[in-house]
Design a protein around this ligand. Structure first.
Ligand code: IDC
Length: 492
């Protein structure tokens, strides 16, 4: 009767030094008959530690009945381990015992829903890894229990088989490939090398993935199941997190949107994907209009994510109605704020004319080549919509790619409206050009918006199944077929 599900695997987040990962819990049992009293949880704890300090990342999955508000508790091996700055929960510590209480936005966990929290800490004495957790007092063993425990026997804690049950239980937790085989594990910390993006072996790579739609509208499309599909079915390297600043976005709730973005960064990381934090300015087009917001936002996310290797910062989506000089000045104000907190991350700078390298404003890349942003480890944004932008734009990109590091953080297979004709022939020509030049890309959008650029048909995200071929739109089916081809990342 039991539905067997493969163990999620902890991911290591290694920098030099000791790295630990553990997963508490094992198999998931089928829901019990007395479902009203079912309780159970699974916790995946990963850590990145160094002498004296560590980061703990915790993924909590509620396996029981829905809960409204939770407290996660654990005990460190000894009292020399201290939680410092934490996120996505309120932390309290007494001796070696710690509690983390949910916040308003992540307190409700439906059956099989997950949330991610974490903290930076200090340690002396023994290894700082806790080995067991409780959620609202229930041990997180990975099993569901009811008041009649004799009806279920403890399950063995070994992974049962290599073939998880394919369809019955929703995919609720990162079912990662083993650490070492994900795009993030292979490539590690990225940097710009000449006109390319390079991995930890200093070899040029191309990342291929998807952009979210506006997270203020389409958060229902970003969850464990959808991101499992992006990592494992689409085999994407990259998730772009499109945080609009206007249009009911960041400006309406800065701390809420910041937390939401951080949560998606963690969810991408847990699946071995890179994450672009996209400060999605659009209207008004002058990024300086949002300069104060950008300073606050990037200071916060750069500090919080400084130890992560999967984060790329995109500081202005599509500048428009503004000169290159205005964009450059914005970039030279925001980049030092990021660098102060997170010195080694790649930063991507939007370009004039809706990130067209100036072409849509009658200019071209020469204004950037002749007057580049005064910063290192940066790339420049190029966006296209394949049904609107064709050979004339492609020839500029082919030329510009010889002198500027380019990143296509957004493109559509459709017209620049986000809808209209799906032009797969132009999209194919574009992607061939990007492949040849190892230019990384993210497609607009990994959502079920009612527009032809969306990868899924309307209703897919509320239905919650992301791996049915008939859920894909025409654009989604094509992009999936392009993205899931083998990466062959160089390792030496
Ligand atoms: C579009 C969305 C659409 C939304 C509109 C306004 O697809 O649903 O109503 O924004 O917010 C861009 C922008 C991107 C646009 C997209 C398509 O970066 O926000 O999304 N596009 O118009 N630049 C060129 C095209």
């Amino acid at each position: 009767m039991s539905l067997l599900k493969r163990l999620p695997r902890g991911r290591t987040l290694g920098v030099a030094g000791a790295v630990g990962a553990l997963v508490a819990g094992g198999l998931i049992l089928a829901p019990m008959v007395n479902a009203s009293a079912a309780a159970g949880c699974r916790v995946s704890y990963t850590t990145n530690q160094w002498p004296g300090g560590f980061t703990g990342n915790i993924a909590i999955t509620n396996l029981g009945d829905p809960i409204t508000g939770w407290t996660l508790a654990w005990t460190f091996p000894d009292a020399g381990q201290k939680v410092g700055q934490g996120w996505s929960a309120t932390y309290a510590q007494s001796g070696s015992s710690v509690t983390a209480k949910s916040l308003d936005y992540n307190g409700n966990l439906a059956t099989n829903a997950s949330t991610n929290i974490g903290f930076n800490g200090t340690w002396t004495g023994s290894n700082p890894n806790p080995s067991s957790f409780t959620l609202n007092g229930v041990a997180c063993t990975g099993s569901v229990s009811t008041p009649t425990p004799t009806t279920q026997s403890p399950t063995p804690s070994k992974s049962p088989s290599t073939s998880p049950s394919p369809s019955k239980s929703p995919s609720t937790s990162p079912s990662n490939p083993p650490p070492g085989t994900t795009p993030l594990a292979i490539n590690g910390q990225l940097h710009v090398c000449g006109v390319n993006l390079c991995n930890q072996y200093n070899k040029a790579i191309q990342l291929r993935g998807m952009s979210s739609h506006g997270i203020q509208w389409f958060s229902s499309c970003l969850n464990n199941a959808s991101l499992d599909a992006l990592a494992n079915d689409w085999k994407a390297d990259l998730l772009r997190i499109a945080m609009y600043v206007q249009e009911q976005g960041y400006e309406t709730n800065p701390s809420g949107f910041t937390a939401q973005v951080n949560n998606y960064v963690d969810m991408a990381e847990a699946r071995g994907m890179y994450a672009i934090i996209d400060f999605h300015t659009l209207t008004p087009g002058d990024p300086n209009y949002n300069l104060d917001r950008a300073k606050t936002f990037f200071a916060s996310v750069a500090q919080r994510n400084a130890n992560k290797k999967n984060v790329i910062y995109e500081i202005a989506n599509e500048p428009n109605g503004v000169s290159w000089q205005g964009i450059k000045s914005y970039a030279e104000t925001v980049i030092p704020i990021i660098r102060a907190a997170d010195p080694d991350a790649v930063v991507i700078v939007g370009t004039r004319g809706w990130s067209s390298l100036g072409v849509s404003d009658g200019a071209n890349e020469s204004e950037i080549v002749n007057n580049p942003v005064n910063a290192t480890n940066i790339m420049y944004t190029f966006h296209f919509y394949a049904a609107s932008h064709k050979d004339d734009y492609r020839s500029v990109v082919a030329r510009a790619a010889r002198s500027l590091p380019l990143f296509v953080t957004e493109f559509g297979s459709v017209t620049y409206t986000g809808g209209g004709t799906v032009d797969l022939s132009s999209t194919g020509a574009w992607l061939d050009l990007l492949d040849q030049n190892k230019i990384s890309y993210a497609n607009w959008t990994y959502s079920d918006a009612n527009e032809s650029s969306a990868a899924f048909k309307p209703g897919t995200c509320s239905a919650g199944s992301y791996t049915n071929a008939n859920s894909l739109s025409e654009s989604g089916a094509y992009l999936r077929s392009r993205i899931r081809t083998t990466d062959n990342f160089p390792t030496s």
